[in-house]
Design a protein around this ligand. Sequence first.
Ligand SMILES: [Zn+2]
Ligand SMILES: [Zn+2]
Length: 329
Amino acid sequence: MRAMLLDRPGAPLREGTLPRPVPGPGQVLLDVLACGVCRTDLHVADGELPDPKLPLVLGHEIVGRIAELGKDARRFKVGDRVGVPWLGWTDGVCAYCRSGRENLCDRARFTGYQLDGGYAENTVADERYCFPIPETYGDVAAAPLLCAGLIGWRSLMAAGKAERVGLYGFGAAGHLVAQVARHQGRRVFAFTRAGDVNTQTFARELGAEWVGASEERPPEPLDAAILFAPVGALVPQALRAVAKGGTVVCAGIHMSPIPSFPYDILWGERTVRSVANLTRQDGEEFFQFLSRAPIRTETEALPLARATEALDRLRRGGSLRGAFVLTPG
Ligand SMILES: [Zn+2]
Ligand SMILES: [Zn+2]
């Protein structure tokens, strides 16, 4: 099978050929239909996350059709279309797994990081961590739901009942969370790079009632802020924008250092927290929500061979709209 391979962090991806993987017990073999490009892929490719499997097939927003079932794999049939997310395996026995927090499992393995992912014609996945994909979504349109959508969902849940929600960084995840938040009756405030008129227009189209630069104060205090941009300097800025009791949620897996800040911007029971990975329950709840409230994903499809270009463009600021999705066909 053709695959785009990361030989070592910092190197461009190499187009190569690997033997088609064989599904082990409880696994399914997929023909990859589409695979989204996530900022985490960039952090792995650039060496900002430690100890990836090498050589590695990146990609954890996989939409695929089941081509073969491993021994004892019974959850799906050949021909079913499923999604494979970042969480690829957990041990099921550690204290985190036993308390409904498998996203924090000590021995978790992640797709496109410790397990080969979807920048390829085929991949294998543990069937227990796959999700059925709603039929209303095409292959390319569904791909960003599997990480940008899911992590965005978990981040919004971490913001609790917040009514006024600020989104810092309005890209792959932000444009999905904005729609979920609006559907739940929340008010959305979008923060972008100063002068990024295209993104600000996009945010307004998706229901943001106010858009501005990250350095600006919103017209009224927020109840929560979600940071999708991996920029530590945004943490004190967001803390200054939230009201007493408000939460600042850091949604990324990697962030530049957070500058020190005076205690009085945290005082008043403000919270700063991160969101790590996802649980299968997040996925079930998110896809149930989508079946009641379809949200629109904005994508730009590129052939698999152009994966390095997609990563370069994401590093420079991303697509004008939404997310890049690779298609092997
Ligand atoms: Zn565990
Ligand atoms: Zn991701």
